[in-house]
Design a protein around this ligand. Structure first.
Ligand code: SAM
Length: 232
């Protein structure tokens, strides 16, 4: 269970009604039961349920069961799609070890807003699901051009360009360090964006294979290729 509070041994963790209901109603766990908790910073801990009912709950920390494991310094930049597929991308990016997820507005994206809170909740669920001790942060929707203006060139960009369709690239040999995977919208990249990215230092333009993939598939494929080559 993810609990966004500092973990101080001897100090109770207080649960809101939703989390308490999840424990008692969904997980069928009551007072005395021991569960695994994490806050994204202090590793995984065993905690005892002191109280969990519809008003809220309380846990006491027992001991740390696993150290904090942070993912590699990998970001995903993607253009939001329709609701269900955007949710899918966030969930899969969290499972595939992205440390930050940044929805971006590109020249061919219509999205003007995203439900950042809902997407962050999906990232939390995915982290809980795969037993991680880290929850990726989902950023607010930002224009890609603005992000690229202030881009720190130490972070390399793995740019998936559908115009390159051909054999999927092997990423072996790319340098380690901070990276961002960049996936375009359903409408693809504009020529202005291609020119901008092609002129930037530290950008690796890649093909994901001989077919044009949907953007959600492309995000999963690119993150997987990166993990295969540079993940740990
Ligand atoms: N509408 C575009 C077209 O028909 O050429 C396709 C865009 S594709 C659905 C969405 C994004 O997925 C692309 O901008 C790119 O980032 C990525 N993508 C999809 N297939 C790819 C491939 N074979 N190689 C590299 N990137 C790909």
């Amino acid at each position: 269970l993810y609990i966004d509070q500092p973990f101080v041994p001897g100090q109770a963790l207080l649960l809101g009604p939703e989390q308490a209901h999840y424990l008692s109603g969904v997980m069928r766990q009551g007072p005395g039961a021991e569960i695994a908790v994490f806050n994204g910073r202090d590793g995984e801990w065993t905690a005892r349920i002191e109280r969990a009912d519809r008003r809220g709950g309380a846990l006491s920390l027992i001991a740390r069961s696993a150290p904090q494991r942070d993912p590699p310094d990998l970001w995903l930049l993607f253009a939001p799609l329709k609701k269900a597929r955007t949710d899918f991308i966030v969930e899969k990016a969290a499972e595939l070890g992205a440390a930050r997820i940044l929805p971006v507005q590109t020249d061919h994206t219509n999205a003007e807003r995203i439900a950042q809170g809902r997407l962050q909740a999906h990232a939390v669920e995915a982290a809980e699901q795969c037993g991680g001790t880290f929850v990726p942060q989902v950023a607010e929707l930002t224009p890609l051009a603005r992000l690229l203006e202030g881009w720190d060139s130490a972070r390399r960009i793995l740019w998936a360009d559908e115009a390159l369709v051909g054999p999927a690239q092997t990423l072996a040999g790319l340098p380690s360090g901070p990276w961002a995977v960049l996936i375009g919208p359903e409408g693809g990249w504009s020529e202005a964006e291609r020119a901008r990215l092609a002129g930037m230092a530290g950008v690796a333009r890649i093909s994901l294979g001989p077919r044009i993939l949907r953007a959600d598939t492309a995000a999963v494929a690119a993150l997987t290729l990166w993990q295969a080559a540079l993940g740990d």
